[in-house]
Design a protein around this ligand. Structure first.
Ligand code: UT7
Length: 327
């Protein structure tokens, strides 16, 4: 009998600290009006000096386990998608597995920019359907405010911090992981990059002086690729799933820009109430944006027992991906 993978628990965590558009008006030459009309963002969350990604992950994972009815020792593997791990190594996943007493399970981080959560779900689906694991936790987390260039008005207004997690099981009921699509194009990688800190440009006084440990983004170039890639990922995932777009109940996409979300919704011919949007509260939380939105949609009842949900994302790499969930 063929095996399926089901989301049986969702959870998220965001820090308490809020940065409003008015706060940003004091730092860079911008306005609430520009930010809201160009991005849809009103405020975003920021970690305090003592908090790192693993702290948000631990809270998000406990929320997901609670919904799933799992104890930490029930988890057989944990994978964390992030570009802002606590440390370059060891992995945030291993730190959290230890902190939550999950035992000596496989735990690793991976990186696919803002697309990481969908990449993670595809990995979880493969692990479960192949019989390698029965219960795995997939996390998306980023503390982008830690690597934001606060002198760059075109990017610093976008980012916020958060984590989202799902418990994925070989046993339902839950949100079955269906058709998927994923891809990348490294030739466009320099449009969204952190130049310093890796093996090409190791950390030095010079890399610090040049602000190379922060995010460099060519936003308007990315914008048009994002619109096309999100559209194509949704369509390819639906095709692989055998689901016509008229059967889609809800779009939960990466929250990078309200105009990109609207364009994806239009391509799917969705009504406004069929699109989950929380970008106004959190900004772009990178790998965390889809699992945070999914958890909020799930807990608020926007996802019901028979919902067909489309996930779509786009990010650094450049990477993109889509997945269909059947609740
Ligand atoms: O997370 C995954 C990857 N990231 C994305 O998907 C981001 C995709 N890109 C975007 O969301 C948008 O491109 C941005 C929100 C980053 C920028 O919006 P845009 O509509 O593409 O603006 P633009 O970069 O074309 O800039 C238009 C104007 C420029 O002024 P001039 O040259 O026309 O005089 C900018 O200097 O807006 C100016 N501008 C600002 N003005 C006020 C740029 N940033 C700001 C700002 N406040 N914060």
């Amino acid at each position: 009998m063929s095996r399926n993978a089901y989301i049986v628990g969702t959870g998220h965590a965001v820090p308490d600290g809020i940065i409003t558009n008015a706060d940003l008006e004091k730092i860079v030459d911008t306005s609430d009006e520009w930010i809201v009309t160009r991005t849809g963002i009103k405020e975003r969350r920021r970690v305090d000096a003592e908090t790192a990604s693993s702290d948000l992950v631990a809270e998000a994972v406990l929320n997901a386990l609670d919904m799933a009815g799992w104890k930490p020792e029930d988890v057989q593997g944990i994978i964390v998608g992030t570009v802002t791990p606590d440390y370059p190594f060891p992995s945030t996943a291993a730190l959290v597995a230890d902190r939550l007493n999950m035992g000596k399970i496989p735990a690793y981080d991976f990186e696919a920019g803002c697309t990481a959560f969908i990449y993670g779900l595809i990995q979880a689906k493969a692990f479960i359907e192949s019989g390698i694991l029965d219960r795995i936790v997939v996390v998306g987390v980023d503390c982008l405010t830690r690597i934001t260039n606060w002198d760059d008005r075109s990017s610093c207004i976008l980012f916020g911090d958060g984590a989202g997690a799902v418990a994925v099981s070989s046993e339902g009921p839950g949100g079955r992981l269906g058709g998927w699509h994923w891809g990348s194009d490294g030739s466009l990688g320099e449009y969204l990059i952190q130049w310093g800190g890796g093996s090409r440009n190791p950390a030095s006084h010079e890399t610090v002086d040049k602000n190379h440990h922060t995010i460099y983004m060519e936003g308007s170039r990315i914008f048009k690729h994002a619109v096309r890639a999100m559209h194509d990922s949704c369509m390819e995932a639906l095709k692989r799933d055998g689901t016509p777009k008229k059967d889609v109940d809800l779009l939960v996409s990466h929250q990078a820009n309200l105009r990109i979300i609207d364009a994806t919704a239009r391509a799917l011919e969705l009504e406004p109430e069929q699109v989950y949007i929380n970008i106004q509260k959190y900004g772009n939380t990178s790998a965390a944006s889809i699992p945070i939105a999914l958890d909020e949609a799930h807990r608020s009842g926007a996802i019901s027992e028979s919902s067909t949900v489309v996930l779509a994302a786009f990010g650094a790499g450049l990477t993109w991906g889509g997945m269909i969930l059947h609740w």
